[in-house]
Design a protein around this ligand. Structure first.
Ligand code: UDP
Length: 317
């Protein structure tokens, strides 16, 4: 087809960026994927090699982005996104959230493109309101170890709204809650790959603190569906996308052990500083605005994710 629209996806070799790229290609877009492969991996996009609608550029978006030709949509998904990654990469996390957002906004402005940024439930910090609505301003420690990510994303949201107001750009902000599924990195330290990896390898499960902190896990295809719908909408303020089904980390550990059939103990380790005690999205806005809600239930999504890691570990060994 001659008249395909072009989308740019930064962070295209990452977990979410690669799934978003697949969805955009399926929707009939040409996709230019940009990634510096700091936490992303080409393995996540190797199935696209030879696809004439996909182009990959290895580039760090904290530097100026030069792209010839038309661009209709820019999706900014570049950033370290797991707590241990952004603790290891504090400066890169701050730079990609600030300079990377500036450069991608500049690109979208120059091309007259619609812009969507991946923001995060971390903008709510350790929330004092539960569940979290978009109207909540959050409870973030700016100088704590998570501050490099939380504040970079809060700054990014501010910058996107600034460009929207000053330049009348068509911008969207998605606040992404905990998401899981195939292509997560086994070693990224997040609770889903950590527990599944431990259970599959016959190791004890490491619960941080007493495990009473809660999270609400969304399967990746649901999340991408919400993001795609938001990109087609006419709404410019932040929208939560996530699955409201909430559980404690300890319940989650037991669930993983049961499904995998692990008889190893659960061991408790120190709770990281500023670890949010609760997290659950209020998705009434997304329901109303986009007619979206998650469809994949936890049991189904987690089995698909376990299958992915089982295969990954078999290839590795
Ligand atoms: N967690 C845990 N054991 C692990 C990894 C994480 O108990 O091996 C906990 C972590 O302290 C947090 C929750 O699981 O309360 C989710 O952590 P994750 O790193 O996935 O991301 P977060 O939701 O904190 O951004």
């Amino acid at each position: 087809m001659a008249n395909k629209k072009t989308a740019v996806v930064t962070g295209a070799a990452g977990f979410l960026g690669s799934h978003l790229t697949d969805r955009l290609l399926a929707e009939g877009y040409k996709v230019i994927g940009i990634d510096n492969l700091l936490t992303g991996n080409v393995r996540n996009i190797e199935h696209l090699a030879g696809n004439s609608d996909f182009q990959f550029i290895k580039h760090d978006v904290t530097n100026y982005i030069y792209l010839p030709g038309e661009v209709h949509l820019v999706f900014n998904f570049a950033s370290p996104a797991s707590p241990i990654d952004y603790l290891k990469l504090p400066i890169q996390t701050l730079k990609v959230g600030s300079l990377g957002t500036h450069n991608t906004l500049g690109l979208a402005k120059a091309k007259g493109a619609t812009y969507l940024i991946a923001s995060t439930s971390e903008t709510y910090g350790d929330p004092l309101e539960h569940p979290q609505k978009e109207s909540y301003w959050g409870n973030v420690n700016p100088i704590g170890p998570r501050g490099v990510y939380d504040e970079a994303k809060r700054f990014a949201e501010a910058m996107v709204m600034g460009y929207h107001r000053a330049h009348h750009m068509d911008t969207k902000i998605v606040r992404i809650f905990n998401t899981y599924g195939p292509r997560m990195r086994l070693e990224d330290g997040r609770v889903v790959p950590a527990f599944i990896g431990q259970a599959l390898q016959g190791k004890p499960i490491t619960v941080f603190g007493d495990g009473s902190q809660t999270r609400s896990f969304c399967y990746v295809s649901d999340l991408i569906d919400g993001i795609y719908k938001l990109s087609q909408s006419n709404y410019h303020e932040p929208v939560n996308i996530g699955n409201p089904r909430e559980m404690t980390v300890l319940q989650f550990a037991k669930e993983i052990q049961k499904i995998i059939g692990s008889d190893q103990p659960i061991i408790h380790q120190e709770l990281p500083m500023d670890d949010p005690k609760v997290r659950q999205p209020d998705i009434s806005l997304a329901r109303k605005l986009l007619g979206w809600e998650p469809k994949v239930d936890f049991e189904e999504g987690i089995v698909k994710t376990i299958d992915y890691f089982r295969e990954f570990l078999a290839i590795k060994s």
